[in-house]
Write a new protein. Structure first.
Length: 345
């Protein structure tokens, strides 16, 4: 494994520890002292550090479909420290924390003090928390307002949210549960490629949360991580679960596009991300190409009935976001749109 270096800014770089959410311990989270299987390399790395500097794992990219663009190019740009603006801005870090990370559990163990650590060779950000910041950076900086976007306005205020990417950033902010980190790799078998990326749970006593697993941090590029966050937020306060039907995405299947579920939201965001101007200051050609590849691959995998909607049908998503939120998400036929009965507000 390459040696690690830390880039230190002149300003304070360590985020403040978040206040405890309650007196009770969070009992549902697997701990690093109770490893699920021999493939929990992140848990082992944390345990081996014994409270000292963690030798964070290298990326593994085991997930099917991860095979090009951001992850294996020489630039490694999806996770490159110089290409993620939060790395140079405490204000941006604080803004990203507002997406549910500040209330989440386990981030101290998963790199809050080491968030500026990078790989000495690739300059990729190493820590699980830093890689999670990179995911949210795709949501924040895909729209020109960046951290200046007011995420508190009503979600039907399309005069303000005049692109889908602006609307999606506010949607994720308003609808999210708390976001927890999890060092475990939750897979069917040891070294399996069929592993949980993230899981959203709701329950009594405000026990609502989204867990992000080792697979999320080290097996996916940052664009895929961002679309996963959009997906999980659709499961959160909107209460949209998957269907009991069989598709190539295991249990995470929706029967059809028009159900307006988590998979539809994920693909709409990928399309909006792809259809940004060519001179976009954050979304480079490699990021844009990655979004297109993910859209086309996951469109075939995530539905029991393959959608009629293709990437080219969504070209105007950032010019007419209200049409895509209020009609396209609930319509099977691109030539015959219907209004959604219940809007995501």
């Amino acid at each position: 494994m390459p040696s690690r270096v830390r880039i230190r800014l002149n300003r304070a770089t360590t985020l403040s520890a978040v206040a405890a959410m309650g007196a009770l311990a969070y009992m549902l989270m697997p701990s690093c002292s109770m490893l699920a299987d021999a493939d929990d390399t992140l848990c082992f790395a944390i345990a081996d550090a014994k409270g000292g500097v963690v030798d964070w794992p290298d990326e593994e990219y085991l997930e099917p479909g991860y095979n090009n663009d951001c992850g294996i190019t020489e630039n490694h740009e999806c996770d490159h420290c110089d290409l993620n603006p939060w790395f140079q801005s405490q204000d941006a870090q604080d803004y990203i924390e507002g997406f549910g990370l500040a209330q989440g559990h386990n981030w101290d163990d998963l790199g809050r003090a080491d968030v500026m650590t990078v790989n000495a060779v690739t300059k990729e950000i190493d820590t699980p928390l830093g890689r999670t910041y990179n995911a949210y950076a795709n949501l924040v900086y895909a729209n020109p307002e960046g951290i200046e976007l007011d995420r508190s306005r009503a979600l039907d205020d399309f005069e303000y949210y005049d692109s889908f990417l602006k609307w999606a950033s506010a949607y994720v902010s308003q609808k999210t549960y708390r976001i927890n980190g999890n060092c475990n790799r939750d897979c069917k078998t040891v070294f399996s490629k069929h592993c949980v990326i993230a899981r959203t749970v709701s329950g009594p006593f405000r026990n609502d949360y989204t867990d992000l697993y080792q697979t999320f941090f080290y097996d996916l590029d940052a664009v895929w991580r961002a679309s996963t966050i959009v997906h999980e937020v659709s499961h959160a306060r909107d209460g949209i679960s998957h269907d009991a039907c069989a598709c190539n995405n295991g249990s995470a299947c929706d029967s059809r596009w028009s159900r307006n579920g988590a998979n539809t939201h994920e693909l709409l965001w990928l399309a909006a991300y792809h259809y940004t101007p060519e001179d976009h200051p954050f979304i480079t050609p490699a990021r844009r190409a990655r979004a297109a590849a993910l859209f086309n691959t996951r469109r075939e995998l995530m539905f029991c009935e393959t959608p009629q909607w293709q990437l080219g049908d969504l070209r105007s998503i950032n010019e007419l976001p209200e049409v895509y939120v209020e009609q396209v998400a609930c319509s099977e036929d691109p030539s015959n749109l219907y209004y959604c009965i219940f809007l995501a507000n």
